[in-house]
Design a protein around this ligand. Structure first.
Ligand code: WTA
Length: 629
């Protein structure tokens, strides 16, 4: 196991302008955190009271390791907080959704329009026989109707299981089967980099041998009205004809499931992570209000897709629950050119922007002339999620996008956690490479394999010590897999990431614990070596794996892509090797460096080291359904 190794920590910090703290909803971090630890239930009780409930809770939480129940016996419907509350309280004509399509087409929906669209679609679902607890699988492009359909499920208590529309038929099929979905919602096509992706025909393949599926709802974007090919198919708008734009909110118990979201395990089949209505609502609302600090006039844009947890928590439920104006888009960052995202920020006056390190590193590679063509002065806060934000990328993001002005919220969390867990709250000094501290509401620590906290500067395993409202409740059809999370290290929730703390309690995420490489008895986080490589001016992205070595047990092999204008050469190999030696130490020096045009990644942008490793070792790569294109 990977614990107990030294990490060289940088001391550099950036201090945000004082107004960020002065105006922040959270206020002083230490005070807020102490308030939480002195009375955790009281803390969450207060946060939950900011929302609309149909019936209040008896107890804030019941913890029966590893099972938690939050807001016991309370009743609610999350859509009342995302819609009704705003429509009835002065936000009815506020923009809820601003959409930009790939072809430049735009669409906007006010809160009232969104409300009415959701109600009509909810009634249409009911007319198809959908009831509370039924599973509905999504395979949708990122159009406004996607958001409408999500909220419509929640309105009537149906459980959505959203599958990213870049997955193949096999992955979709297995998710439909696992959840026994009654309905599949799709569109005729998706659009990506100027190409038309035939989503509907992928669904046709996926629903074969899926007897639970009673209807396939198809949104027609190209040739309307839709030609229906089988009795399974119905038209997205056709079924809404004559439907009322009022639909009473289904009364949900706080512990009723809100959705299932499949996340690929490092090994084995995908896990259906189950989230519950009440706690998830509180967690996502709390973090949008107090961590993202979303204010009435903010224009908020998260570049994820609803197919990922980031889309669930930080495009749909969280931002809408605080009544934000949310930008959504079907565009990719590089089409029709590298300026498209920056043009969106300029045009809509985006003030909070949330993206992933992989996108930031791509932009670094193509050069700052792209963002520099656009006015980014509306930005107030910029965020990152999904992977460690290496110091190089942090500094570029901070300087080129944030103009040395906007705080970066590097948020660490997971599909399983539902909400942000670790970040550097507004106003605190930001340390490149460090995600930050556990947010108020979360007990996080870095421990050895027996659960003892490791001293600052020593690597260890990240754990969460105790339940939080938006924690997953189970793995669908596989509770055994759920229990595993809570039984590997003491009674803690094992995250599966390696981390290190500094003297101030800031946490640096080093990468997955299964990505650890043990070289001559020393543990190295792949992210650490990668970060060192990326520091070099020639390197755009790097992936590191361990390969067997007769003497050292494992040796480091690196795969790198180069910044435009650099060419692979033996000289560059020596330079990079030397660079890693100087920044981490001889133990981390790659034995081999291979230059690549592109690194294999999952569709959510994570580098698939497992694949590089399989190729290197000449073994079967296993499940590659999550591989991008
Ligand atoms: C990684 C995405 C470093 C981590 C929300 C975690 C991060 C996994 C960060 C969860 C971050 C996510 N810094 N690593 N800010 N955010 N990760 O389930 O390894 O797609 O365990 O959730 O991504 O990925 P998931």
């Amino acid at each position: 196991m990977a614990e107990d190794f030294e990490v060289k920590l940088e001391k550099k910090a950036y201090i945000p302008a004082p107004h960020y703290l002065a105006n922040s909803a959270l206020g002083n971090y230490k005070e807020a955190y102490n308030k939480f630890t002195s009375d955790p239930d009281g803390f969450w009780d207060e946060k939950a009271r900011e929302l609309k409930w149909m019936r209040p809770w008896e107890k804030v939480r019941e913890w029966n390791h590893p099972y938690a129940r939050w807001f016991t016996s309370a009743k609610l419907n999350i859509t009342e907080n995302c819609l009704d509350r705003h429509v009835n309280n002065g936000r009815r004509n506020k923009l809820a959704i601003i959409w930009r399509g790939e072809d430049g087409r735009e669409e906007v929906l006010t809160y009232r329009q969104l409300y009415r669209s959701v109600m009509r679609f909810a009634n249409a679902l009911k007319s198809l026989g959908v009831q509370k607890g039924d599973r509905i699988c999504f395979y949708m492009p990122f159009v406004p109707e996607h958001v409408v359909a999500i909220l419509a499920c929640a309105r009537i208590g149906a459980i959505h299981s959203i599958v990213y529309a870049g997955f193949g038929a096999e992955a979709l099929h297995s998710r439909i089967r696992d959840a026994n979905a009654k309905i599949v919602i799709t569109a005729d096509v998706g659009k990506r980099r100027g190409k038309t992706i035939p989503l509907k025909s992928i669904v046709d393949d996926a629903v074969r041998n899926a007897p639970s599926v009673e209807k396939v709802i198809v949104l027609c974007r190209e040739k309307c009205p839709l030609e229906l090919y089988s009795e399974l198919e119905v038209d997205f708008y056709g079924i809404q004809e004559g439907m009322s734009d009022e639909c009473p909110a289904e009364e949900m118990d706080a512990e009723d499931p809100l959705f299932i979201l499949y996340t690929s395990g490092t090994t084995g089949s995908a896990k259906g992570i189950v989230h519950a209505c009440g706690g998830y609502m509180v967690g996502t609302h709390y973090t949008c209000k107090y961590i993202f600090d979303i204010k009435e006039n903010d224009v908020y844009w998260c570049s994820a897709d609803p197919g990922w947890i980031t889309g669930h928590s930080y495009i749909v439920y969280g931002p809408l629950s605080v009544g934000a104006t949310v930008v959504i888009t079907e565009t990719t960052p590089d089409y029709p050119d590298y300026g498209v995202w920056w043009s969106i920020i300029e045009e809509f006056g985006v003030s909070i922007f949330y993206t992933a390190p992989t996108a930031i590193r791509m932009f670094m590679r193509v050069g700052e002339e792209w963002p520099n063509k656009y006015d980014l002065s509306s930005l107030r806060i910029i965020g990152s999620v999904g992977e460690p934000l290496n110091p190089e990328a942090f500094e570029w993001y901070y300087r080129v996008i944030g103009k040395n002005r906007c705080p970066i919220l590097d948020t660490w969390w997971q599909t399983e956690t539902g909400m942000h867990m670790i970040t550097t709250p507004l106003g605190m000094p930001m340390k490149p490479g460090f995600a930050g501290v556990p947010i108020p509401g979360v007990f996080a620590d870095v421990v050895d394999k027996d659960g003892n906290p490791v001293p600052a500067g020593q690597g260890g395993l990240l754990v969460i010590k105790g339940p939080w409202p938006s924690m997953m409740r189970t793995v669908y059809n596989n509770d055994e897999r759920y229990r595993k999370y809570w039984t590997q290290i003491k009674d803690y929730y094992t995250v599966g990431d390696l981390a290190v703390k500094d003297d101030d309690g800031y946490i640096m995420i080093l990468g997955r614990s299964d990505d650890i490489i043990i070289v001559a008895g020393h543990n190295l986080g792949t992210a650490e070596v990668e970060s060192a490589l990326v520091e070099h001016e020639a390197v755009a992205e790097a992936a590191v794996i361990g390969v067997p070595d007769d003497i050292k047990g494992q040796a480091v092999k690196a795969f790198v892509t180069l910044v435009q204008g650099y060419e692979p050469s033996q000289k560059l190999v020596s330079e990079l090797t030397y660079h890693v030696r100087m920044s981490i130490g001889p133990i981390a020096m790659p034995n081999a460096i291979e230059f690549m045009d592109k690194l294999p990644k999952t569709r959510s942008g994570k580098i698939m080291r497992r694949l590089l490793k399989a190729k290197e070792m000449g073994i079967d790569p296993g499940d590659i359904s999550t591989l991008e294109e």
